[in-house]
Design a protein around this ligand. Structure first.
Ligand SMILES: [Mg+2]
Length: 414
């Protein structure tokens, strides 16, 4: 079986407007399809971030003509390069790109650590695993070593209500989540009391803002009681002393974690916060494996939180999950994905012993949970994502939803 084509389709539609932090507007998602000469194909998802489409165009040059079974070698070559002589690309597209002059699309043959190439490769890896699963008649979690569980705990990202100064709005957002069947929720600290932000640049939380954050989250905790897990996300915003102060102020709420308290790639600052925080520290949503290793090695986190769409794919999740497990640290999974990506992440979650929970953002944007479908299975049931025994990811594109949300000048992949 040889890969014959890599195609992508941009879907676009409205996103939830229930939050202050996630303002209403449009959101788009890229669906990736890898086709073969056997007629089998694999599906993946990537975020439509700057440069991802261009990276996908270039990656196709490496994929066409290859066996899809070499998933890890293909991804490893994309992320970390290989020694020359490099295998000759086989596609006509590569020859055209190579002859197109100095402005041709290209990427390093040695290493591409973070950014659009990694985000694109992540979606490609998901599609390759879907394809290999279909070719071997195995669900993806079997390709990743087998499942520890057949349904996956979901936590909902709620950001904040639009009316942040209305405590009833906080209570309602929390109870609405519970009535939808979910029992783990998260709010965004930076969106909790933006009405009290004194300076958007100095990474500080003033005392009146701290008290508003505490009061609003206390209202949530009182409403939901102690059967529901609650966590908060700092979005990498704060200076270390205020992050520590925040952790002490919120300690009575018994949070599951305080996420990304300080700017993103400094394990030393995060270790300083962790050493003084009474709340577990969670990191990792935009990091690759080697960066997460630094945080674990420097004792800078309690929970790791990679994203299947940003870490390099499902095998890379397994790598960091196993490294964390050897340190007896839990794996949570960040997700900014729609239904395809969150189902893919659930296969990695099933195959990781130390898995804790998997994020979902888009409960109020129905189309983002509906552009793929699974035979006889809802996306969520009782706050969990149930897995099936179907080959690959077990998903098919929903033609009607895809057609309805196809972005301008895009072609339907069905
Ligand atoms: Mg986050």
């Amino acid at each position: 079986m040889k890969i014959t084509k890599l195609r992508s389709m941009l879907l676009e539609g409205p996103r939830s407007d229930h939050t202050e932090g996630q303002a209403s507007g449009k959101i788009s998602k890229l669906v990736i399809k890898i086709e073969t000469d056997s007629g089998l194909y694999g599906l993946g998802e990537a975020d439509n971030f700057l440069g991802v489409r261009e990276a996908l165009d270039f990656i196709e040059n490496y994929l066409v003509g290859r066996e899809p079974f070499d998933v890890r070698p293909i991804v490893s070559e994309m992320l970390y390069g290989s020694l020359p002589p490099h295998p000759a690309p086989t596609s006509d597209a590569f020859d055209e790109a190579s002859q197109a002059g100095p402005h041709r699309r290209s990427m390093s043959p040695t290493a591409t650590v973070t950014g659009p190439v990694v985000w694109a490769v992540s979606g490609v890896e998901i599609a390759l695993l879907d394809l290999v699963g279909k070719a071997t008649n195995m669900p993806v979690y079997h390709l990743l070593g087998g499942r520890f569980r057949d349904r996956v705990q979901i936590y909902l990202d709620r950001s904040s209500p639009r009316e942040v100064d209305n405590l009833d709005a906080w209570r309602k957002l929390a109870t609405d989540s519970l009535s939808s069947g979910f029992n783990q929720i998260k709010f965004d600290i930076d969106c909790t009391a933006p009405d009290c932000t004194a300076d958007v640049w100095n990474r500080s939380i003033r005392i009146n803002q701290m008290q508003k954050i505490k009061e609003r989250l206390e209202a949530v905790r009182e409403e939901i009681g102690w059967d529901v897990e609650l966590s908060v996300d700092c979005h990498m915003h704060y200076q270390a002393p205020d992050a520590i102060r925040l952790a002490h102020e919120l300690a009575p709420l018994k949070l599951m974690w305080l996420e990304d308290p300080t700017p993103i790639i400094n394990p030393d600052a995060c270790a300083h916060v962790k050493a003084k925080s009474p709340i577990p520290i969670c990191i990792g949503e935009m990091l690759i494996a080697e960066q997460i290793r630094l945080f674990i090695d420097r004792d800078a986190c309690d929970v790791i939180h990679p994203d299947v769409m940003f870490v390099g794919g499902l095998h890379e999740i397994r790598r960091v999950a196993d490294y964390a497990e050897l340190h007896y640290l839990p794996l949570a999974l960040h997700s900014n994905g729609g239904c395809l990506a969150v189902i893919a992440a659930a296969h990695a979650a099933a195959a990781a012993r130390n898995f804790l929970n998997l994020e979902y953002h888009f409960l109020d944007s129905e189309w983002l949970g509906a552009y793929v479908k699974r035979e006889g299975l809802p996306l969520f049931r009782d706050g969990m994502l149930p897995l099936s025994d179907a080959p690959g990811l077990g998903v098919e594109l929903d033609a009607e939803v895809c057609r309805e949300h196809l972005a301008a000048d895009e072609s339907l992949l069905i």
